[in-house]
Ligand binder design. Structure first.
Ligand code: ZN
Length: 431
């Protein structure tokens, strides 16, 4: 048996483009038209294997198409996806060496709400009438203006709020109460189609026309899922959320899906989500809103995500301002101990504002600051690669690398001090 390779698989799927479009329920129109994954306009399918868009000029085969539409980082991920859709058995294991992994640099994705909402699909769960809608409307307002949420930093973005259990009149009243009459780029819809019957297309069209929108709230799940008998099964839930997660990934944004908890009281917070665990399995994180007593104002928000340890915020609903106010954390958040290498980098950058040079040069400067550091130039680079986010969040230092004439330069600059930002090109290497 011949060994299967990535390029063999890519050749195998190449002429099954139209079959892929039909099986994956991607748009396909006879005789040979699809929708361009880059610009969303009609694109022709040339010679049965290539999409070609006259509007944006992009083209490619089925693997490029899948990579673009689902936002895969690598060719291998896109090929595997296409094979799964077409039912082709994948016999090679997609691997990376530890050395290559440590040399990779990932983009520093700033979270929408620090430690609470990253990119992807998140669930907000709570009993009905507990104050979920007040909470999401306030979150929408804060994000649209880039205001802090409680004491947590946010990333400003345009917001789309599907408030499917409300009327325009009621929303108007709520919005005035929450925002005081002024808000950012917040767009609202009170009516939408069901998932699988038009909602995906409605969202795609909106997001294509409003690329600045990076936060979508859907209130509630019950209003968008098909009420067929199999829909509350694990498979039904998983399929529902997968469709939304694909949209979040494809448009590189956050979707917050509001869901009522079931009536029976479950003790574990995660247990309270729906009758099945399918919802949690597919989401990138969940927020569970609870009250101590049904008629009281004290409550809590339990945050579970893949990126951070679980945490519980204690809240109090202010009935006059219609806002959940922050009281504190249930468990005191212990700050991680400082990494001595990062601490030395921060001392260096506090003095120099920005620095460019090789790893060897950086190491010798850091050793002057802290002679007890134990590192080699190569392991120093790998540490910076892995801690790019901590450097930026904790110390306000932006880290990047640059290759020129076969020499790898490290660039470190203070990001908060933008009054006299230095121009990196002016700095001589190692200065
Ligand atoms: Zn196009």
């Amino acid at each position: 048996m011949a060994m299967q390779t990535l390029s063999m698989l890519r050749t195998e799927v190449k002429f099954r483009f139209i079959e892929y479009l039909k099986t994956s329920k991607s748009p396909y129109y006879e005789p040979a038209l699809t929708v361009c994954p880059c610009c969303g306009q009609h694109a022709s399918i040339v010679s049965d294997f290539m999409w070609s868009c006259t509007r944006c000029g992009r083209q490619g085969d089925v693997v490029d198409f899948a990579k673009e539409i689902h936002g895969y980082r690598t060719e291998a991920e896109a090929v595997k996806h296409v094979c799964r859709v077409l039912g082709i058995k994948i016999c090679f294991l997609d691997t990376i060496t530890a050395d290559d992994l440590m040399d990779m640099q990932f983009p520093d994705n700033q979270e929408l709400i620090e430690k609470i909402l990253g990119k992807g699909l998140y669930l907000l769960v709570g009993a009905s009438k507990i104050g979920k809608s007040w909470l999401v409307l306030w979150l929408a307002h804060c994000i649209s203006l880039g205001l802090n949420v409680w004491n947590l930093k946010t990333k400003q973005s345009d917001v789309l709020y599907l408030s499917l259990e409300d009327t325009h009149q009621r929303l108007q009243r709520r919005l005035v109460e929450v925002s005081g009459g002024e808000t950012g780029q917040l767009t609202i819809a009170t009516d939408a189609e069901l998932l699988g019957s038009g909602l995906e297309e409605q969202l795609s069209n909106f997001l294509h026309d409003h690329p600045e929108t990076k936060f979508v709230i859907i209130d509630t799940l019950q209003k968008i899922r098909q009420l067929k008998s199999d829909c509350y099964s694990y498979a039904g839930d998983y399929a529902t959320l997968t469709a939304l997660k694909q949209i979040a990934d494809r448009y590189d944004l956050t979707i917050l899906l509001v869901h009522h908890t079931r009536k029976q009281e479950a003790t574990d917070a995660v247990d309270k989500i729906s009758g099945t665990t399918g919802l949690i399995g597919c989401a990138d994180g969940s927020l569970i809103l609870e009250k101590e007593e049904r008629l009281g104002t004290r409550g809590s928000l339990t945050v579970t995500s893949r990126e951070h340890p679980d945490m519980k915020l204690l809240l109090d609903f202010d009935r006059d301002e219609k806002k959940w106010k922050f009281l504190g954390y249930e468990d005191l958040q212990q700050e991680e101990p400082e990494d001595p290498v990062l601490a030395a980098v921060s001392i260096l950058i506090r003095e120099q504002k920005c620095w460019k040079g090789t790893a060897t040069e950086l190491l010798s400067l850091l050793l002057k600051i802290n002679p007890t550091l134990f590192a080699k130039p190569n392991s120093l680079v790998r540490k910076l690669n892995a801690k790019t986010k901590e450097l930026s969040d904790r110390y306000g230092i932006h880290y990047a690398t640059q290759r020129a004439e076969n020499v790898k330069y490290l660039i470190l600059e203070a990001v908060f001090d933008n009054t006299d930002m230095c121009d990196i090109s002016d700095i001589r290497p190692g200065a």
